[in-house]
Write a protein that binds this ligand. Structure first.
Ligand code: GDP
Ligand code: MG
Length: 378
């Protein structure tokens, strides 16, 4: 049968979206970073988590294992990192308290440097057994700055020694400069980290865990802006599908939960997120997704271009206000500030022209939308 059923949204789709986000923001992310002493594990962690020389991760919360060589970091409520020369110590330490089962660690990172050595194969295999995904990192690539061809040679040797498949990538990185012995004016030399970070987050998306880790890696307003951007892309994609009005309020509620999480590190219940939505509607209405949708969309429930402009404008004003609230040390209970700021943002958008706003949003062009958002989120 090749008959296509036309896509259609109902209130349950919106509820499902909210439920998924609610669940995702309660999830834990466990990272194990393994590699010989001095390959640059600590440095790599600092680079991955966007740390400066003055504000190193190790200074933030290193708790050394009592009986083993494991260093543990707890970031926020939901991210745990274990750093050790070998996974054996990590398993041993955890078997006392919280047992780590095979496949339970989300991300394993094997850090190697210099010429390939066979001893790391056992570590790699062990990581494979205990982690959902292993990333192999060849650090200190700056060693090869004056002999580029040697870098490819060394990478290939590591690939052979670890017996990697052809599609397995070895990430080439540099994370130099965190050493406290370096002079203060030596700048960090960071390379290859963005690609590694991107692929780790891409992988965690499959488990709905990307934002939990990303929260610990990025500036909060940068993340909030990305969340608003993604919501707008979702609104643009949903706009002309039947039933989208309620679904769009679901998108908005889900984004409020995510922004709240970014700033507070706490999950907001979907109930609280939905309860916040009417604050942004002009007239007083009941707190259901359906009623909120009705408040800013045509009574027919069918979206035309004018209504799509309103939906996009409301979404930008609403989510930028939520960001503004947290940036200014208010919270969602500060209803007066919230309503006032929403009116300011929505006013600006209306002056720009909601049709014009829609013309930008509908392209789903990242650069254009981000430029627009920069007026509302620093
Ligand atoms: N040249 C160079 N040195 C690095 C790099 N990453 C780390 N280092 C240095 O290697 C030494 C060991 O780094 P560290 O992060 O403590 O390694 P760990 O023992 O694996 O945690 C320190 O002196 C770092 O400054 C890199 O990419 N290039
Ligand atoms: Mg270290």
């Amino acid at each position: 049968m090749s008959e296509q059923t036309e896509k259609h949204y109902d209130e349950q789709d919106a509820e499902k979206l909210l439920e998924d986000v609610e669940k995702n923001l309660e999830k834990k992310v466990v990272v194990a970073i393994v590699g010989k002493v001095s390959t640059g594990k600590s440095s790599l962690l600092n680079a991955l988590f966007n740390k400066t020389k003055a504000d190193k991760l190790a200074h933030v919360g290193a708790i050394s294992g009592v009986t083993t060589k494991v260093t543990r970091f707890q970031l926020g409520k939901n991210v745990e990192i274990m750093d050790s020369p070998g996974l054996g110590d990590i398993i041993k330490e955890n078997s006392d308290a919280t047992r780590i089962a095979m496949g339970e660690i989300d991300v394993g990172i094997l850090v190697v440097s210099d010429s390939a050595d066979e001893s790391q194969k056992a570590h790699y295999d062990e990581l494979k057994a205990y982690c959902k995904k292993v990333f192999v990192v060849l650090n200190k690539i700056d060693i090869y700055d004056k002999k580029k061809s040697a870098l490819d040679k060394v990478t290939n040797q590591w690939s052979e020694v670890l017996n990697l498949n052809e599609e397995d990538i070895i990430y080439q990185t540099c994370a130099d400069g965190y050493d406290p012995d370096y002079d203060d004016d030596i700048e960090l030399d960071i390379r290859g980290i963005d690609v590694l970070k991107r692929d780790i987050l891409q992988f965690l998306k499959k488990y709905g865990k990307a934002l939990v880790l990303e929260r610990e890696m990025e500036k909060k307003s940068v993340l909030a802006k990305r969340i608003i951007y993604s919501s707008l892309v979702a609104v643009a994609g949903a706009a002309f599908i039947p039933g989208s009005a309620v679904y769009i309020t679901g998108i908005q509620g889900a984004a409020i939960m995510s922004i709240h999480y970014v700033y507070t590190g706490e999950a907001l219940s979907k109930k609280s997120a939905v309860a916040a939505l009417p604050l942004f509607a002009s007239q007083s209405i009941g707190s259901s997704l359906f009623l909120v949708a009705k408040s800013f969309l045509p009574p027919t429930g069918i979206i035309d271009v004018a209504a799509a402009g309103v939906a996009a404008g409301v979404t930008i004003a609403m989510l930028s206000t939520v960001n503004w609230v947290y940036e200014n040390d208010y919270n969602l209970d500060d209803k007066k500030e919230l309503k006032e700021q929403y009116q300011v943002f929505y006013g600006i958008l209306k002056n720009m022209g909601l049709k014009e706003i829609w013309d930008i949003v509908k392209t789903r062009d990242r650069k254009k939308i981000m430029e627009l958002l920069s007026q509302f989120v620093k």
